[in-house]
Design a protein around this ligand. Structure first.
Ligand SMILES: Cc1cc2nc3c(=O)[nH]c(=O)nc-3n(C[C@H](O)[C@H](O)[C@H](O)COP(=O)(O)O)c2cc1C
Length: 359
């Protein structure tokens, strides 16, 4: 009897299986508005238990990359509503990932009047893709004033309400991979001397206030969060107190009783290892649902679920390349390989044209 393909519980919801489609930015949202092509992509993959959408900005300021969707304007909410309506018919539950890019951004990618914000004015190493001029160095962000922090918290809360209006079953806070929420947690990007910087209690304050605000807005059963302990993506180096910092976060998030914590592990993508010990710490301290991700195939998914390491498994690239991944894994059929060249390009190629098995 397989656990992976049996029904699962997430908060008050029942999922049709234990497989989660991991959030993946696909850059098909022209003008930052969810469209019919995106509808087709998500519907093709709606045999997952839970779909977590691509990173979606709660604010014009958070739209760091070209062609990523937002969920702050009525047109965006309308676009998402069409997608959730169509996905629901196929049985998957759907959470929108709220991603505020913070300093991982470029003026050429932002709408007029938007600002590049971060806890402190620290530029990320490396470059960022823009449609207008190709690769450009990361710009210097503006250190957020207290007023900017309060505005950002309200934008997250409003985006959570918009998500419910748009028919989502919940929201995932993107507090991983070097974006705004993680920029507050990590000492290299947070050099503040006020109550948001310094100790981990202070560096975690923004994330916890955002968590509380979205819970107030839509209820704790509809809120999850993604974290990347030991993640280094987007110029977020390892540092000494990483483990104690994330242990503190596990404890604090447990008190807030949100639906799930979703841990990133990009060690199989060439990033540093994520120690098992930190995953075990989250398992022990957090009483809600734990989702693990990173390099899973069917066999390892089954193994970790059966061993009780987590409650659900999130899968990225295999879902990207296989619209009918659940069926392929369940029947042991061959899988399509993902094509990196088309991860972030426009149009249907490498997006909605991966073949499904013959019926
Ligand atoms: C094309 C692509 C886009 C991604 N975009 C996001 C994103 O928007 N938000 C996020 O949290 N992770 C993002 N990720 C990371 C994935 O969610 C996942 O953690 C990673 O692909 C490892 O899982 P896998 O080995 O199953 O692919 C992205 C990954 C890929 C390949």
């Amino acid at each position: 009897m397989s656990t992976l393909y049996s029904k699962a519980t997430l908060g008050l919801m029942t999922l049709q299986n234990h497989l989660v489609m991991a959030p993946m930015t696909r850059s098909r949202a022209t003008d930052n508005i969810p469209n019919t092509l995106m509808l087709e992509y998500y519907v093709q993959r709606a045999t997952a238990g839970l779909i977590i959408t691509e990173g979606t900005s709660p604010s014009p300021n958070g739209l760091g990359y070209p062609r990523i969707p937002g969920i702050f304007s009525p047109t965006q909410v309308e676009g998402w509503k069409r997608i959730t309506d169509a996905v629901r018919v196929k049985g998957a539950k759907m959470f929108v990932q709220l991603m505020h890019c913070g300093r991982i951004s470029h003026p050429l990618n932002l709408p007029e009047g938007a600002r590049i914000l971060a806890p402190s004015a620290v530029t990320a190493a490396g470059e960022m893709y823009t449609d207008a001029e190709g690769m450009k160095p990361h710009p210097l962000p503006q250190a957020m004033k207290e007023e900017d922090i309060n505005t950002a918290i309200s934008e997250f809360a409003q985006a959570a309400k918009n998500a419910v209006t748009a028919g989502f079953d919940g929201i995932e806070l993107h507090s991983a991979n070097g974006y705004l929420l993680e920029q507050f947690i990590r000492p290299n990007t947070n050099q503040r001397t006020d109550s948001y910087g310094g100790s981990i209690e202070n560096r975690a304050r923004f994330v916890l206030q955002v968590t509380e605000a979205v819970i107030d807005a839509i209820g704790k059963d509809k809120v999850g969060i993604r974290l990347s302990p030991f993640g280094v993506f987007n110029d977020m180096p390892l540092y000494d107190s990483m483990e104690t910092d994330y242990t503190y976060l596990a404890e604090q998030l447990n008190v807030r009783e949100l639906a799930y914590i979703h841990l990133v592990d990009h060690s199989l993508m060439g990033m540093p290892p994520v120690p098992d010990a930190i995953k075990e710490t989250f398992r022990k301290l957090f009483k809600g649902t734990l989702i693990l991700s990173g390099g899973y195939d069917a066999e390892r998914s089954e193994k970790d679920l059966t061993a009780g390491k987590c409650d659900l498994i999130a899968v990225g690239r295999p879902f990207l390349a296989n619209p009918d991944l659940v069926k392929r894994w369940e029947t042991g059929a061959a899988v399509n390989d993902p094509d990196m060249e088309t991860f972030y390009t426009s149009g249907p190629k490498g997006y909605t044209d991966y073949p499904a098995l013959e019926k």
